[in-house]
Design a protein around this ligand. Structure first.
Ligand code: PLZ
Length: 423
């Protein structure tokens, strides 16, 4: 049996079935754009651990910073004995997130935990209960964030009841609703006004480009209209930049592209080169509304994760990974556009920077998850790690590490093109 086969047998006997894996090969090592499995097979990486290893796997600065920090100390708990790394990461987040106003940050372990804490802060600051989220949203798998997440399977099915005071508004989804940003925002705001009431809204929470929900890019003006409405209503506008952040869309964060300065920004994934770290950053008066001791957790802002984050951010600056993401778009978007013919299943190419997707529809214009899954399967068989997404499972998304070299990127796109042609 192959080494992966052996591991898979052990896994099946030891790991809970509810935790799935996209492929059945097991990783031996990974770099910036490729991964080698335990049988010595090389894979091209268009997943980056779901938009995490923007600086690549085992990025040299990150490796060195982690090694040095582990030798000094692994953990004290910032709530017990604080250390510089936590403070330095908060300083970076305050400087890099959109908005030139005075900011404060707090650190956590995962994206879901960051979103939970953004909701806590918004509720505490406003004294209101309601959280408004959108169709196709993904915000995590904890109980509150499952309430915020839209899709039933596989995330929510039989895991309820979910946290109350969560309201879902219609998203701007140009391919399917054909609405301008202003009209889509008016539609959403009408739902909020009539079904929630402006005076009850603590937070309007949105991904500036939706991730798991299908790489949905809202029509221009949608986000800005919502942010304006939230401000006028005295609600906190929260951007979940967990998947879009840290150079992924060709800028440090996606919100400024739409002229939006969120009150709070949630970060995770790309922040620390693969180590678990997350943050909530925002207006000082909102963040500091919470009483001393109201936020925290044993591991939040762990010193090793903070050292990795500082090194990852340094790497993004040094290698100009925002420009690298735009370069990936320049190379990949025309290739993807070439796949979108009148005859084929590719109905739209969308996304920004190195967050790109194709949406697959059938001849009648309906979502086609079967063809989407077949394309992904063909890619996996050819050694390309490629993810699908979308409420209807009919979107193929590209999330390569931003350090991927052009040859590897091109080979991955060749595999995808062949798989689409075959579908
Ligand atoms: N917000 C926008 O993309 C995580 C999750 C995949 P955690 N997305 C990948 C899966 O099937 O679990 C995500 C996100 C956005 C929040 C989260 C949650 O981040 O670090 O997974 O908790």
């Amino acid at each position: 049996m192959s080494a992966s086969g052996d591991l898979h047998a052990r896994r099946t006997a030891a790991v809970a079935r509810g935790v799935g894996s996209m492929i059945s090969s097991y990783v031996d090592s990974a770099g910036g754009g490729t991964m080698t499995d335990v049988d010595g097979r090389e894979w091209i990486d268009f997943a980056a651990g779901i938009a995490v290893t923007n600086v690549g796997n085992a990025a040299p600065r990150v490796v060195e910073a982690v090694r040095a920090q582990v030798e000094r100390f692994t953990h004290t708990c910032f709530m017990i004995a604080p250390y510089e790394g936590y403070v330095a990461v908060c300083e970076r987040l305050n400087a890099l997130t959109p908005g030139s106003f005075d900011k404060r940050s707090a650190l956590f372990n995962s994206g879901a935990e960051a979103v939970e804490n953004a909701v806590k802060v918004a509720r505490h600051h406003t004294g209101r209960p309601a959280v408004v989220v959108f169709d196709h949203a993904y915000h995590g798998r904890t109980n509150l964030t499952l309430a915020l997440t839209a899709k039933n399977m596989p995330y929510k099915h039989r895991f309820g009841p979910f946290a109350p005071e969560v309201y879902r508004a219609p998203m701007s989804y140009p391919l399917h609703d054909g609405l301008s940003g202003a009209d889509a925002a008016a539609r959403a705001i009408d739902v909020i006004d009539k079904q929630v009431g402006a005076a009850n809204v603590a937070a309007v929470l949105i991904e500036p480009i939706q991730g798991e929900g299908g790489f949905v890019v809202p029509a221009p003006g949608f986000l800005a209209a919502l942010a304006d409405w939230a401000r006028g209503a005295g609600a906190v506008f929260v951007a979940d930049e967990i998947q879009t952040g840290f150079c992924r869309t060709g800028d440090w964060f996606a919100s400024p592209h739409d002229g939006v300065e969120p009150d709070l920004v949630c970060t995770a994934k790309g922040i620390a080169g693969g180590l678990p770290l997350a943050g909530v950053t925002g207006r000082a008066e909102i963040m500091d509304a919470v009483h001393v001791g109201g936020l925290g957790g044993t591991y939040g802002g762990n010193p090793v994760a903070c050292a990795a984050a500082l090194a990852a951010i340094e790497t993004m600056h040094e290698l100009d990974l925002c420009a690298a993401a735009r370069r990936i778009e320049d190379i990949a978007k025309p290739r993807l556009a070439g796949l979108a013919g009148a005859e084929g299943p590719v109905a739209e190419v969308r996304g920004r920077g190195a967050m790109l997707a194709i949406e697959i529809l059938d001849a009648a214009g309906r979502p086609d998850p079967a063809t989407t899954a077949a394309i992904a399967k063909t890619c996996h068989a050819a050694g390309l790690l490629l993810l699908t997404c979308g409420t209807y499972g009919n979107v193929i998304r590209l999330l390569p590490p931003l350090v991927i070299d052009e040859d590897t990127l091109g080979r991955g796109l060749d595999i995808l093109a062949a798989a689409v042609a075959e579908a």
